[in-house]
Design a protein around this ligand. Structure first.
Ligand code: F0G
Length: 419
């Protein structure tokens, strides 16, 4: 299987250009990387991956941010707003409370637009530029639209975003709006938005920048590369496990690809690959269902609901890339309730780390798996928090303390405090 950690590498095909090509993960067909707009395989409609003639090891990386890793990317540089280089926080109280050897929080909310999507867009929008397109589009639960709008405007391109009406957090809509995207509010859920935007892209109306686009996932690989480098610096080993929230499973697929490439280049030993562990909300958990049933295909959920609107997704389009990642690394997938998500959001906030609900799913999932004994006490774990608290101010306010009205004089304030 081509997505195995121990897959043989193939010789570069004739279509390779600048050491890169696109390859179908289903039938193995190969395509030139930048000669035409294409998102899936021409022959079988399978998902495409970017493949490289040379794969880097850690010594090949220098500089900061996403482009530090350009030796692992299809371009030397991109449309940048200084994305990447996000903090990896120590959380000693939570570490003890959860009961693992080491716990670190990789806070992707510290990217320029407040989510990990920036890492994909810096590459994806640069490829769009290379292809000469002028209109970019995505379906989104919010963060992708904010990132697309920002990077598209920086590149001087038009942007179009399709959002599920009434189900996108306020901060995200505000970002898409101010960065100048045309915002279409669709009377349907995210999966319906993605169906439509794929049709628009197929008709040549716009260039698709959802995570179906293989170039976006290349940028997102850098999360995995940063985590490994930082943990090697911190405790001289790569983490045993990375826990992350799952929606379309693009990030899961991207981290897996980063690790596969390091194994293939000889930079990472097969037995050291971190266990990829996905977390979904109970009301939107098709990946968890597939992992639990050991199914090869994921069943599309038509009805989905969760307070973590970023991952309110019933049809994880990257499942064919992500399921092998979870299985081959010895990871798993777990679902958590909205209450568990909010509790985890408060826990992280109590360590000074402000995240949106979907992000807190990672910690909630870790707690559950630790309680079940799936995660063991000697494990070194990294939880990925994917988006900033300010993305969803309403959820933060609902989870936090209520403001208390007081009179505009000190005596009255003191009196209130003594109550
Ligand atoms: N966390 C946040 C904050 C997200 O915004 C998303 C996806 C995910 C996790 C899931 O990542 O899809 O790679 O498994 N948000 C997309 C969007 C769907 O439109 O912003 P995934």
């Amino acid at each position: 299987m081509s997505l195995s950690l121990s897959a043989e590498r193939r010789e570069p095909p004739a279509e390779a250009a600048d050491g890169a090509w696109l390859e179908c993960i289903e039938c193995g067909d190969t395509f030139a990387p930048f000669d035409a707009v294409r998102y899936t395989c021409d022959d079988c409609d399978g998902l495409l991956e970017v493949r490289y003639t040379d794969l880097p090891s850690f010594e090949d990386f220098s500089g900061d941010g996403v482009w530090r890793y350009n030796a692992a990317l299809p371009l030397e540089s991109g449309v940048t707003i200084q994305e990447g280089s996000t903090p990896l926080y120590r959380v000693p109280r939570l570490e003890e409370d959860v009961g693992v050897e080491a716990l670190r929080i990789k806070h992707e909310g510290m990217n320029p637009t407040g989510s990990f999507k920036d890492r994909g867009m810096t590459v994806g929008v640069a490829v769009a530029h290379e292809l000469g397109v002028d209109r970019l589009a995505c379906a989104s639960t919010g963060n992708t639209s904010a990132a697309l709008a920002a990077y598209g405007s920086r590149a001087g391109m038009q942007t179009l975003v399709l959002l599920p009406a009434g189900k996108v957090a306020a901060g995200k809509v505000a970002q898409a709006s101010l960065h100048g995207a045309r915002i279409l509010e669709v009377d349907g859920n995210f999966d319906a938005c993605l169906d439509i935007v794929q049709d628009l892209a197929a008709r040549g109306e716009a260039y698709l920048l959802n995570s179906l686009n293989p170039f976006r996932l290349e940028g997102q690989k850098t999360i995995g590369l940063e985590i490994l480098e930082a943990c090697l610096d911190d405790y001289d080993a790569v983490p045993d496990r990375i826990v992350l929230p799952v929606g379309n499973a693009g990030n899961t697929a991207a981290l897996y690809k980063a690790f596969r490439e390091l194994v293939q280049s000889g930079a990472l030993a097969l037995e050291d690959v971190p266990k990829l562990t996905g977390v979904q909300a109970e009301g939107a958990a098709p990946m968890v269902e597939a992992v639990e049933n050991d199914a090869d295909e994921v069943r599309r959920w038509d009805e989905v609901e969760t307070r973590a609107t970023a991952i309110r997704i019933g049809n994880p389009v990257n499942a064919p890339k992500a399921l092998p990642g979870i299985r081959e690394t010895g990871g798993t997938a777990v679902s958590v309730t909205d209450e568990e998500i909010t509790d985890a959001q408060r826990d992280l906030a109590g360590e000074g780390i402000g995240v949106e609900p979907a992000s807190a799913a990672s910690l909630a999932g870790l707690r559950k798996l630790r309680a079940e004994g799936v995660v063991e006490s000697d494990e070194r774990v990294v939880c990925l928090t994917t988006g900033h608290l300010l993305k969803d101010p309403d959820a933060a306010a609902a989870a936090g303390n209520d403001p208390e009205p007081v009179p505009a004089e000190t005596e009255g304030v003191l009196e209130h405090l003594q109550r």
